[in-house]
Design a protein. Structure first.
Length: 154
C-alpha cells in the first residue's frame, strides 16, 4: 500500500510502479503487468496515462489508427471487447499486442497472448461495428482494467 497526499500523487506513484514492472516484464514475456481499478472511468484515465508514458518513452509506433475514441499504435497492449470467434477467432477479453496498422484500409493486426501467439487482423467491420447496446469498445487499451474483468487473466 502506498500513501499519497492527493489523487494526482497517488496516480504518479502508481504509474511509476507500473513503469518499473513493465520494464521488468520486457525480460520475461510470461509476466502480465496490469493496473486494476474499480470503475471504468478510472480504467480509461489510467489506460490513457500508461499510453502517454509509453509514447513518451518511444515504445509505440508513430502511426496512429483511430478506433472509436482511441488512437492506437503499433506496440500497444489491447483487449477485444466483442465476440467474433467464428469469423476472426477472437472473443470478448482476447488480449494481445498491436503489430501492424492500416489506417487507409482501417485494419488492425494483433498478436494474441497465449502459447501459440497467433496473429489476427481485425477488419473495419469489427473495429467500427459497435452497436448502441454494446458497452465495451470493440478494441481498447489493456494497461488497466477493472478487477471484475481481470478475473479472466488468472
Amino acid at each position: 500500500m502506498v500513501a499519497a497526499d492527493s489523487k494526482p500523487a497517488a496516480t504518479l506513484a502508481l504509474l511509476q510502479d507500473w513503469w518499473t514492472a513493465w520494464q521488468q516484464a520486457d525480460h520475461d514475456p510470461a509476466q502480465e503487468v496490469v493496473v486494476l481499478a474499480a470503475r471504468r472511468a478510472e480504467v480509461d484515465r489510467l489506460n490513457t496515462a500508461c499510453q502517454e508514458l509509453l509514447a513518451a518513452q518511444g515504445r509505440l509506433g508513430h502511426e496512429r489508427l483511430q478506433v472509436e475514441d482511441r488512437q492506437l499504435a503499433v506496440g500497444e497492449r489491447v483487449v477485444c471487447g466483442h465476440n467474433a470467434i467464428a469469423e476472426l477467432g477472437v472473443a470478448n477479453g482476447s488480449r494481445g499486442v498491436v503489430t501492424a496498422l492500416d489506417p487507409q484500409g482501417r485494419t488492425l493486426t494483433m498478436r494474441l497472448d497465449g502459447h501459440d501467439g497467433r496473429t489476427v487482423t481485425l477488419p473495419r467491420s469489427y473495429l467500427e461495428g459497435r452497436s448502441q447496446r454494446e458497452r465495451n469498445r470493440r478494441v481498447d487499451l489493456a494497461y488497466a482494467t477493472t478487477s471484475h474483468r481481470a478475473q479472466g487473466l488468472t
